[in-house]
Design a protein around this ligand. Structure first.
Ligand code: UFG
Length: 331
């Protein structure tokens, strides 16, 4: 029996493959390499360079392997791009997920784990958000994730053998503590990645998008979760489904909020580099504060972040950035 990881050449997917291999699972990866890298697929997994919307490729994979579970990460993730190119996001994230779900169902897959997002909540307010908060996505990206959650909910309702688990990520950051994987996409908008790039000389400054929000220091507050902890939460979800757990969706965050200025100060402190920081206008669609209530993940999965403190997340992100620069200068 095998686990199929879509997007296994990408940031979170590659960490998931490491987690599965460490637990002696047989892992199959499908990735079209539109943002991922073939070198990022951990050795030991069977890799197919193909698109999840390619029915022929899916037929090949599902007939060549006895896939018991799918963990679905493949998709586009840049929120401002989704506002500019909504149909691309609905096409890649929603329509192709539908193709994948249909093939998984036809192949008798029993467990489907999905990479969802806090973006399904939109701007939930200043209190930690719980899973019962209504869907209110404010970008096509968030809406594309919400639609896939709804497809899974509805398919699970009429196919009792097919159960799904959606993990709504907050701000994922950091890198594998053993430095076997990290965030390598050249087009990241993520604050910790960008500040780590500034700390390692890849950019000359960091912009703070808005400092007049209703938060303690005026900059946006986010909940940062270490990518390795997140991969472990997915394994917990797989274990939960294998034990017969019902379909559900849970938040995955640390429960602590840090402002943009606090993150930048921590990156400077950890790296010892005092890079320039400048004020910039608010970025469209940014909510003042998004912090997870992760009680449900703790109760259902027994999950608690192991690398939850901000310094650890930043230390790993900076170290990965240095390794990536060394790899790129060799190439
Ligand atoms: N920010 C800056 N400067 C930068 C980059 C980011 O000030 O150069 C700020 C943003 O304005 C925001 C905060 O840092 O206030 C965090 O921004 P990120 O881009 O790191 O992350 P987001 O909170 O916008 O987005 C994350 C995920 C999305 C997901 C969303 C859900 O990246 O995939 O959380 O809330 F949809």
């Amino acid at each position: 029996m095998s686990v199929l990881v879509t997007g296994g050449a990408g940031y979170i997917g590659s960490h998931m493959v490491l987690e599965l291999l460490a637990r002696n699972e047989d892992v199959v990866v499908i990735d079209n390499l539109c943002t991922g890298n073939a070198w990022a697929v951990p050795a030991g997994a069977t890799f197919y360079r193909a698109d999840i919307g390619d029915a022929q490729a899916l037929e090949t994979i599902f007939s060549a392997h006895d896939i018991e579970a799918v963990i679905h990460f493949a998709g586009l993730i840049v929120v401002p791009d989704s506002v500019e190119r909504p149909l691309d996001y609905y096409g890649e994230n929603t329509c192709k997920s539908r193709v994948l779900i249909a093939h998984a169902l036809a192949a008798g897959v029993r467990h489907f784990i999905f990479s969802s997002s806090a973006a399904v909540y939109g701007a939930p307010g200043l209190e930690p958000v719980v899973e019962t908060a209504p869907f209110a996505p404010e970008s096509p990206y968030g809406a594309s994730k919400m639609m896939t959650e709804l497809m899974l909910r509805d398919v699970s309702a009429v196919n009792p053998e097919f159960r799904s688990f959606c993990l709504r990520y907050f701000n994922v950051a950091g890198a594998d503590p053993k430095m076997r994987a990290g965030q390598s996409s050249g087009r990241s908008t993520h604050l910790i990645k960008i500040a780590a790039e500034a700390a390692t000389g890849k950019r000359d400054r960091v912009q703070v998008f808005g400092d007049d929000f209703e938060t303690p220091d005026g900059t946006c507050v986010r909940d940062y979760v270490h990518v390795t902890d997140l991969a472990r939460a997915h394994f917990g979800a797989l274990d939960y489904l294998r034990r017969g757990g019902a379909s559900m969706a849970v938040n995955c965050g640390s429960g602590s909020g840090y402002s943009v200025r606090e993150v930048i100060a921590a990156v400077k402190a950890v790296s010892g580099v005092d890079f320039p920081v400048e004020r910039a206008p608010r970025r469209a669609g940014d909510a003042a504060m998004i912090v997870a209530d992760s009680t449900l993940a703790r109760d259902v999965l027994g999950w608690a972040p192991e690398y939850g403190d901000l310094e650890t997340i930043i230390t790993h992100a900076i170290e990965w950035e240095r390794r990536l620069a060394a790899r790129q200068s060799r190439a």
